[in-house]
Design a protein around this ligand. Structure first.
Ligand code: COA
Ligand code: AMP
Length: 637
C-alpha cells in the first residue's frame, strides 16, 4: 500500500508545545454564545475541565447553524433495507423536526438538566430525539436495544429520567423485536419511574400504550406542528452534560460515562477534518448503532457538527439482503468514508470471500474505511484493502474517550501502516506503557496503557454522580494518568499496539460486555456453586463468552439442562447482545493457592494458545480436566 508522510508529526508537536493554544484554535470552529473564560481549568472536576465559563448549544452547532447555506443539503439519510424504507432529511427539515420534538418534550415538563432515556431502534427519530434533548439542555441517555429489561432498569435507576423515548419495535434482519414490552418490564423493575413515555408506533408492529403514562410520538408531534410550537436552543455551560452513556464496568453495575457540551463539540469537529479527512457536504457513514459511543460520536454529532451528511442504516452487513449491502449503500449515497467494526468485515468476508457482490457498484467516491471497537486482525484489514483498494484504517478508542486516542490520520496525511497496530496517538493524548508498579517500561514491552492527564476535550470529565468511582477506576491505579485498562506496548517508532484488556471486559462483535456481570447472573442460578466467565476466540465475533460452572453438591438436575437454563438466564437478564451460548459444567475450577481463579490460563487453553502451568496453582490436574471438557465440546484443539 502506498503511504505519504504528512503533517502528523508537525501537528502533534504543535499540540504538545502549546495544548491550550491548540484547543483554543480548534474551538474557533464552534459557535459559542459566550466564549470560555479559561480554555482549561485544572482546579475543577476530578482532573480539570475544558472551556469553563463558556455558554453554547450543541444542537445549534449541529443543526441550526447549517440551515443558512446548506439548508437544502441532506443532513441524515435513513436507509433501512429491513423495512424497505429510505428517507432523506435536509438540514432545514431536521431543524423543524428537532425544534418541534423539543417543544413536545418541554410540554411534557422536560427542562435543562433533566434526563431523558432513549431505548430506540435505528430510525431517524432516535437522532432527532437526541438532538431535541441537546436543544433544550436535557441530558440524553441512549440504551442499546439489544439489552434486556433488567439492564435497562439499572440504567433508568441511575439516570432517573423524567421521560423515556422509545418505539413499538425494532427490526433485526427478518425478525420484528417488540421493544415496548421490554420497556414496560424495565419500568416495572426500576425504582425510579419516569413521568411519561413517548412512543413511536412503527408500522412493522404496533404496541399498546399505558394510559396516563404513554403518549403517541406522532400524535404529539402533529399537534405541536399544528399549533406552530417550536423550542429555541437553550444556552448551556460548556461543562454541562450533553449525555450520559452507560458502558460495561467490571461489575454488573454499568458506568455512566458523562460527555460535556463544549469540549465534545470541539474535539469531534476537529476529528472530522483532521482525522477522518472529511469535508462539509460529504457523506459519512458510521455503520454502528446509536446505542454505542460510535453512534453518538459519528452517526449523529460528528458529521452534523461538521455540516456533512450522516447515513443512518438500519440493517446488518450480511443478510439484509446479502453481503453486498454495504457496497450498495456506499454507491447509492456517495459515501466517502465508512466506519465500522472489524467483525462486520469478517461477516462479509465469510459470506462473500471473493467480493463477487462488489461488482457493478460504483465506489469511485469512496476514499477510506475506518475500523474500531475491537482489535483489527491483519487478515481482515488486508482483505478489505485488497477488495476496496482504499486505505483501511485501524483506530483505537473507548466509550470514555469519545473519539480516537490513536489512529492513522487521513486528514493529516497517512503514516506507514503496521498491520496489527492502530498507529500513533492523536494530538491531545500522551501514551505511556507502565508496569504493575506504574513505572514506564521500555519500547516493545507489554504493560498497561495509560494516558497522561489531563485528558483532552471530549473525553469523559467524570462518571454520572460518581466522582469517587471515576477516580478509583481510572485515576488512582497509576497517579497522574488515566488508566485505559487496555494492555499493550509502544514500539520504537511510537506506534501503539493494543493487545487486550487488563480487566474482565470482553468485546463481542464490537460490543463491550462485562464477564463479571455475566458471572453475577450465573451465580444467581440455584444449582450453581461457583462460576467463571471468559472470552474465547471466535472467527466472526472476535470473542464470545464461555461460562464454566461448578454445580452445588446434591443437584440432581442433568448438567445439560442446567447449562441450557444458564444460557437462557443470561439472555433474559443481560440480553441477546451478550451472545452467551456456551455454559460448560466442570467438576472444579482451577485456582491459585490463594483462591484466585486462573481465568487467563483457562482462556489460553480454550483458544488453543501456548500455556504454561502457573507456579502458584493449587492442583495442576484441574487444568487438564478443563482441557478435556473443552475438547469434548469441540472448543479447544
Ligand atoms: N435490538 C435488539 N436486538 C439486537 C440488537 C438491537 N439493536 N442488536 C443486536 N441484537 C440481537 C441480535 O438480533 C442477536 O440476537 P439473536 O441471538 O436472537 O440472534 C444478538 O443481539 C447478538 O447480536 P450481534 O452480536 O450483533 O450478532 P448478529 O449475529 O445479529 O450480527 C454482526 C453479527 C457481525 C453482523 C453484527 O454484530 C455487526 O454488524 N457488527 C458490527 C457493527 C457494530 O454494530 N459494531 C458495534 C460498535 S462499532
Ligand atoms: P468501547 O468502549 O465499546 O468502545 O470499547 C473500548 C475497548 O474496545 C477498548 O478499551 C479496547 O479494548 C477495544 N478496542 C477498541 N478499538 C480497538 C482497536 N482499534 N484495537 C484494539 N482494541 C480496540
Amino acid at each position: 500500500m502506498t503511504t505519504t508522510h504528512g503533517r502528523y508529526h508537525e501537528v502533534y508537536a504543535r499540540w504538545k508545545a502549546d495544548p491550550i493554544g491548540f484547543w483554543a484554535e480548534a474551538a474557533r470552529q464552534i459557535d459559542w454564545i459566550k466564549p470560555a473564560e479559561k480554555v482549561f481549568d485544572p482546579t475543577s472536576g476530578p482532573y480539570g475541565r475544558w472551556f469553563t465559563g463558556a455558554l453554547c448549544n450543541t444542537c445549534y452547532n449541529a443543526v441550526d447553524r447549517h440551515v443558512q447555506g446548506r439548508g437544502g443539503q441532506a443532513a441524515i439519510i435513513y436507509d433501512s433495507p429491513v423495512t424497505g424504507t429510505k428517507r432523506t432529511i435536509s438540514y432545514a427539515e431536521l431543524q423543524q423536526e428537532v425544534a418541534t420534538l423539543a417543544a413536545v418534550l418541554q410540554d411534557m415538563g422536560v427542562a435543562k438538566g433533566d434526563r431523558v432515556v432513549l431505548y430506540m431502534p435505528m430510525i431517524p427519530e432516535a437522532a432527532i430525539g437526541m438532538l431535541a434533548c441537546a436543544r433544550i439542555g436535557a441530558i440524553h441517555s441512549v440504551v442499546f436495544g439489544g439489552f434486556a429489561p433488567k439492564e435497562l432498569a439499572t440504567r433508568i435507576d441511575d439516570a432517573t429520567p423524567k421521560v423515556i423515548l422509545s418505539a413499538s419495535c425494532g427490526v433485526e434482519g427478518s425478525r420484528i423485536i417488540p421493544y415496548k414490552p421490554l420497556l414496560d418490564e424495565a419500568i416495572t423493575l426500576s425504582t425510579a419511574k419516569p413521568e411519561a413515555c413517548l412512543i413511536i408506533q412503527r408500522p412493522q408492529g404496533e404496541c399498546s400504550l399505558v394510559e396516563g403514562r404513554d403518549r403517541d410520538w406522532k400524535d404529539e408531534v402533529a399537534k405541536a406542528k399544528a399549533s406552530g410550537r417550536k423550542a429555541e436552543c437553550v444556552p448551556v455551560a460548556a461543562t454541562d452534560p450533553l449525555y450520559v452513556l452507560y458502558t460495561s464496568g467490571t461489575t454488573g453495575k454499568p458506568k455512566g460515562v458523562v460527555r460535556d457540551n463544549g469540549g465534545h463539540m470541539v474535539a469531534l469537529k476537529w476529528t472530522m477534518d483532521h482525522f477522518f479527512g472529511v469535508q462539509p457536504g460529504e457523506v459519512f457513514w458510521a455503520a454502528s448503532d446509536v446505542g454505542w459511543v460510535v453512534g453518538h460520536s459519528y452517526i449523529v454529532y460528528g458529521p452534523l457538527l461538521h455540516g456533512a451528511t450522516a447515513i443512518l442504516y438500519e440493517g446488518k452487513p450480511v443478510g439484509t439482503p446479502d453481503a453486498g449491502a454495504y457496497w450498495r449503500v456506499i454507491a447509492e449515497h456517495g459515501v466517502v468514508t465508512l466506519f465500522t467494526a472489524p467483525t462486520a468485515f469478517r461477516a462479509i468476508k465469510k459470506e462473500d470471500p471473493n467480493a463477487e457482490l462488489l461488482k457493478g457498484h460504483d465506489l469511485s467516491r469512496f476514499r477510506a474505511l475506518f475500523l474500531a471497537g475491537e482489535r483489527a486482525d491483519p487478515d481482515t484489514v488486508q482483505w478489505a484493502e485488497r477488495i476496496l483498494k482504499v486505505p483501511v484504517i485501524d483506530h483505537w478508542w473507548q466509550t470514555e474517550t469519545g473519539w480516537p486516542v490513536a489512529g492513522n490520520p487521513m486528514g493529516l496525511g497517512l503514516l506507514p501502516v503496521k498491520y496489527g497496530s492502530p498507529t500513533v496517538p492523536m494530538p491531545g493524548y500522551v501514551l505511556e506503557v507502565v508496569d504493575e508498579g506504574g513505572k514506564p517500561v521500555p519500547a516493545n514491552t507489554m504493560g498497561s496503557i495509560v494516558i497522561r492527564l489531563p485528558l483532552p476535550p471530549g473525553c469523559l470529565p467524570t462518571l454520572w454522580h460518581a466522582d469517587e468511582r471515576f477516580r478509583q477506576s481510572y485515576l488512582d491505579p497509576f497517579p497522574g494518568t488515566y488508566n485505559t485498562s487496555d494492555a499493550g506496548y509502544l514500539d520504537e517508532d511510537g506506534y501503539v499496539w493494543v493487545m487486550g484488556r487488563t480487566d474482565d471486559i470482553i468485546n463481542v462483535a464490537g460490543h463491550r460486555l462485562s464477564t463479571g456481570g455475566m458471572e453475577e447472573v450465573l451465580a444467581s442460578h440455584p444449582a450453581v456453586a461457583e462460576c467463571a466467565v471468559i472470552g474465547i476466540k471466535d472467527s466472526l465475533k472476535g470473542e464470545v463468552p464461555c461460562g464454566f460452572v461448578v454445580l452445588k453438591s446434591g443437584v440432581t438436575k442433568k448438567a445439560a439442562d442446567v447449562e441450557a437454563e444458564l444460557v437462557a438466564l443470561v439472555r433474559e437478564k443481560i440480553g441477546p447482545v451478550a451472545a452467551f451460548r456456551l455454559a460448560v459444567t466442570v467438576a472444579r475450577l482451577p485456582k491459585t493457592r490463594s483462591g484466585k481463579i486462573l481465568r487467563g490460563t483457562m482462556k489460553k487453553i480454550a483458544d488453543g494458545d501456548e500455556w504454561s502451568m502457573p507456579a502458584t496453582i493449587d492442583d495442576p490436574v484441574i487444568l487438564e480436566e478443563i482441557g478435556d471438557v473443552l475438547r469434548n465440546r469441540g472448543v479447544a484443539s
